[in-house]
Design a binder for this molecule. Structure first.
Ligand code: C5P
Length: 426
């Protein structure tokens, strides 16, 4: 494995020598990048002797190809480890600064970054540092907990650099997990592609807006993220995807045919035109149940004599129920609905599965639960996938992972979907 070891300015910088030795002894390749601060504590020559490579410290290195050492290093590394990571480096990484070689490499890489912080206990516990650590963790960086004990400054507390052996083992364990996750992910994509390649899929997503007058509408909090994630995963797995999207602020996933709509009636028109010839119809949209009976041509005005206003609403067509109720001729799509509920989600979902005659439903808890926002507008979700005979709760994960599980569930489901394009069937 190629390890890029970043060493920043701190009294514990000398421990990075032992870490270098451990990696090299275990057969890994190490290149060291030092910050100016690190060089105040320890000489680059020691790292050069242990790693067998000259230490890199300059952002503008004329000896490196085209003077772009940061890109070349970012590409070379399988894993970036910063030990010790100073408070200043944590702050710079959080801000996305790129004023030295180490921070620039970190900005220019997709490789995993592990940080082993080391600093005075007050600096570590300072809300600024803690907030930086939190943000970096949220972005996917691994931050090791500093050790507790006597510090170089004479104080006792949390902030010591973890022992080199501990950092070494943490890196190996991380890489082991990563390899396993990557292998599982690769297998999941292979399975998805084997099933979905060549199949056609129509997906509705987002809210619908039911206009009251030229400036006002009835809407809901659906962000469209779940439906877009399904579209993205299905298209990546090789399906032909038509995405009928209500008003949302999301980019169209690659290789997806997107049709924008505003109202439930408009969505219904496109679904009628496309869904019946598809292999699968997934209704992830939060369709408004009602629209105003009479749209006002001009802005509705307040009435000075009346403190109340009554809207006369009429029912919208139930789009997914319409698709599911079509005669069971050959080629009827496999129909999947969503049940977004704030309570009794499984019970309501089961009811809708039967009343709307769906093949499958995804129960989706929305709103605030145990102090956390769920479902709508969130990047994560925890669906329960249901058919007449099966129920599979998914653990909370990104909407992309939920989409992979959902499409994988359909692929494994005993109901055999007809495939219109037999020539490209797997
Ligand atoms: O009845 P309810 O709105 O809770 O049902 C949710 C499911 O029905 C979702 O899949 C949603 O997309 C779909 N639906 C629809 N047309 C409607 C209302 C809901 O397709 N008018």
């Amino acid at each position: 494995m190629n390890i890029l070891l970043g060493v920043t300015g701190g009294i514990a910088a000398y421990k990075a020598l032992e870490l270098t030795r451990l990696f090299v002894k275990a057969g890994h390749h190490v290149q060291v990048v030092m910050t100016a601060g690190a060089k105040e504590f320890i000489t680059p020559l020691s790292f050069q002797a242990l790693s067998g490579h000259p230490v890199r410290d300059s952002l503008f290195d004329a000896h490196q190809e085209a003077g772009m050492g940061h890109i070349e290093l970012a590409r070379w590394a399988d894993q970036i480890v910063i030990a010790p990571a100073s408070a200043e480096t944590l702050a710079k990484l959080r801000m996305g600064r790129a004023d030295d070689l180490l921070t620039t490499v970190c900005l220019a890489t997709e490789k995993p970054i592990m940080l082993a912080p080391s600093m005075n206990r007050l600096m570590w516990n300072n809300p600024a540092t803690q907030e930086n650590v939190e943000v970096l963790k949220q972005r996917g960086l691994t931050v090791l907990n500093p050790g507790l004990g006597e510090q170089a400054c004479g104080e006792v507390g949390e902030g010591r650099l973890p022992e080199p052996q501990v950092i070494f083992e943490a890196v190996l364990a991380f890489q082991h997990d990563l390899k396993q996750r990557t292998a599982q992910d690769d297998q999941a994509w292979l399975d998805l592609t084997a099933y979905w390649r060549g199949k056609s899929l129509v997906i509705t997503a987002g809210p619908t807006y039911e206009d009251l007058d030229p400036v006002r509408f009835l809407g809901n909090r659906s962000s469209g993220k779940m439906g877009f994630a399904i579209a993205q995963v299905a298209a990546k797995a090789g399906a032909q995807v038509t995405l009928i999207a209500g008003p949302v602020n999301l980019a169209t996933p690659q290789n997806v045919n997107r049709l924008n709509v505003r109202s439930a009636l408009h969505m219904f028109e496109w679904v009628q035109a496309h869904a019946l010839t598809a292999d699968c119809f997934i209704s992830a949209a939060a369709v408004a149940d009602f629209r105003v009976a009479q749209w006002a041509q001009h802005k509705l005005k307040k009435n000075a004599d009346n403190d109340e206003m009554t809207l006369h609403l009429v029912k919208n067509p139930d789009i997914v129920a319409w698709v599911a109720s079509q005669p069971k001729i050959e080629g009827k799509p496999f129909v999947v609905g969503f049940a977004a509920e704030t309570q009794n989600v499984l019970e309501y979902a089961r009811g809708k599965l039967h009343s709307k005659k769906l093949d499958m439903i995804c129960a989706n808890l929305v709103g605030e639960h145990a102090g956390e926002q769920m479902g709508f507008e969130q990047d994560h979700n925890a669906l329960t996938l249901m058919t007449a005979t099966q129920e599979q709760p998914l653990t909370t994960s990104s909407k992309t992972q939920q989409a992979m599980a959902l499409l994988g569930f359909i692929a494994n489901h005993p109901i055999v979907m007809p495939c219109h394009d037999t020539a490209s069937a797997p």
